[in-house]
Design a protein around this ligand. Structure first.
Ligand code: PRP
Ligand code: URA
Length: 206
C-alpha cells in the first residue's frame, strides 16, 4: 500500500531540497530532518508488548517495542536518511545494501550487502531518497527477503508513479511511504520535477 505523508514541515523542507540553488550542506540537513519527521509516521503501527515496570511511585503496566528494528539504507543516497531516523530510534541496527543504477539500461547492480543476524524477525525499514523506475527498491526488497525478512517497509522521499507501481506489482506485501509522489519519469529515468541526482547532491560529487 502507498502512503504519501503530507505534512507542512515535510513539504517545506522538501521544497528547499528541490531548489537548484540549494548546496550540499543544506540539502543534507533538510534530508536528515525530513527522515526524522517521516520516522515518526512510519513507526506509528509498530508492534508493542505489555511489560510491568516499577516507577519511583508504583508498579506500572505499560508497553515496550516488541521487535528489533533494522534500517536498510540503499547506498549511497540512502545513507543520508540514516542519522535522522537513528536520532528518533537509537536502538536500530543498520544493514547496508550497495546498489547502483546503470545510466544506460537503468538496471540496478549489486556491489555490497551486510545484514544483522536478527533480520528474520525484525521490522525492516529500507530507505532511499529516490524511487524512480523502482528497480533499485525491488532489488533491495528481494535481497532482504532472501535473508528471511518478512516485515518490510520502504521509505523514500520522492517517488514517481512508475516506481510505486513496480514495487506494488512485485512486492504487494511491502508498505511504501513517500514524502511526495511526483508527476513522471523523464527519458533518462529521472523523476520530474524531482530534485536531481540525490547521491551527487548529498555527497557533493559531480
Ligand atoms: C539512485 C537513487 C536510487 C535509484 C533510484 O541511486 O538513490 O537508489 O537511483 O532509481 P530506480 O528507482 O530507477 O532504481 P544511484 O543508482 O544513482 O546511486 P547513488 O545513490 O550511489 O548515487
Ligand atoms: N536517482 C536519482 O538520484 N534521482 C532521480 O531523479 C532518479 C534516480
Amino acid at each position: 500500500m502507498l502512503h504519501v505523508l503530507e505534512h507542512p514541515l515535510i513539504t517545506h523542507k522538501l521544497t528547499q531540497m528541490r531548489k537548484t540553488t540549494t548546496g550540499t550542506k543544506d540539502f543534507r540537513q533538510n534530508l536528515d530532518e525530513i527522515a526524522g519527521l517521516m520516522a515518526y509516521e512510519i513507526t506509528r503501527d509498530l508492534p508493542v508488548k505489555p511489560v510491568r515496570i516499577e516507577t519511583p511511585v508504583s508498579a506500572c503496566d505499560t508497553y515496550e517495542l516488541e521487535k528489533d528494528i533494522i534500517l536498510v539504507p540503499i547506498l549511497r543516497a540512502g545513507l543520508g536518511m540514516v542519522n535522522g531516523i537513528c536520532d528518533l530510534i537509537p536502538t536500530v541496527k543498520v544493514a547496508h545494501v550497495g546498489l547502483y543504477r546503470d545510466e544506460e539500461t537503468l538496471e540496478p547492480h549489486v556491489y555490497f550487502e551486510k545484514y544483522p543476524k536478527e533480520i528474520k524477525d525484525a521490522v525492516v525499514i529500507i530507505v532511499d531518497p529516490m524511487l524512480a523506475t523502482g528497480g533499485s527498491a525491488c532489488a533491495a526488497i528481494d535481497m532482504v527477503k532472501r535473508q528471511g525478512a518478512k516485515n518490510i517497509r520502504l521509505v523514500c522521499l520522492v517517488g514517481a508513479p512508475e516506481g510505486a507501481k513496480e514495487v506494488e506489482k512485485h512486492h504487494p506485501d511491502v508498505d511504501i511511504y513517500l514524502a511526495a509522489l511526483d508527476e513522471k519519469l523523464n527519458e533518462k529515468g529521472y523523476i520530474v520535477p524531482g530534485l536531481g541526482d540525490a547521491g551527487d547532491r548529498i555527497f557533493g560529487t559531480k
